[in-house]
Design a binder for this molecule. Structure first.
Ligand code: HEC
Length: 132
């Protein structure tokens, strides 16, 4: 009788360790983790776009197609690609969007921000890439 109880306890222990083993099918696949991580970046990026960055992007850019505030609407801007977005936000050597004045967007301020918080610019860019 005693031995049966011991066996049961041993079996239970084995079953529990098997569940926590990283190689077990219950652990999250890598693709899902990457997806969750990028969703999290996009969420933070949207917050940065709307409120977190000073001066606020949202004050000058609408996300509605054809609606100009100070700068162009950013509807569809994700199609221009990641590299373009990094450059246009933080560098001065990008030609202005046709029909808009150069030097209005405070890229120097954002270049400084990038030096200190590159990971936040990455969040912002990953949000902008969803605008397609
Ligand atoms: C003071 C107003 C102002 C602010 C604040 C501002 N922008 Fe701009 N932005 C402009 C203007 C004007 C242009 C068009 C001229 C140019 O390209 O410099 C522009 C252009 C852009 C473009 C290029 C659009 C295209 O279709 O190629 C992107 C992308 C952009 N801004 C993103 C941002 C982001 C992201 C922020 C916040 C971090 C921001 N802007 C803050 C005024 C602003």
């Amino acid at each position: 009788m005693r031995r049966v109880g011991l066996m049961a306890a041993l079996f239970l222990m084995l079953a529990l360790t098997a569940c926590e083993h990283p190689g077990s099918p219950r652990s999250t696949p890598v693709a899902d983790q990457t997806f969750a991580e990028s969703a999290e970046m996009q969420r933070r990026g949207e917050w940065l776009f709307r409120r977190g960055v000073r001066p606020s992007c949202h004050a000058c850019h609408s996300l509605q197609a054809g609606r100009t505030i100070v700068g162009p609407s950013l509807a569809g801007v994700g199609n221009k690609g990641e590299e373009y977005l990094w450059r246009v936000i933080t560098q001065e050597d990008v030609p202005p969007t046709p029909g808009f004045a150069d030097g209005v967007m405070p890229v120097r301020v954002y270049a400084k921000w990038r030096e200190e918080h590159e990971e936040q610019v990455a969040d912002l860019v990953s949000f902008l890439l969803t605008l397609r």
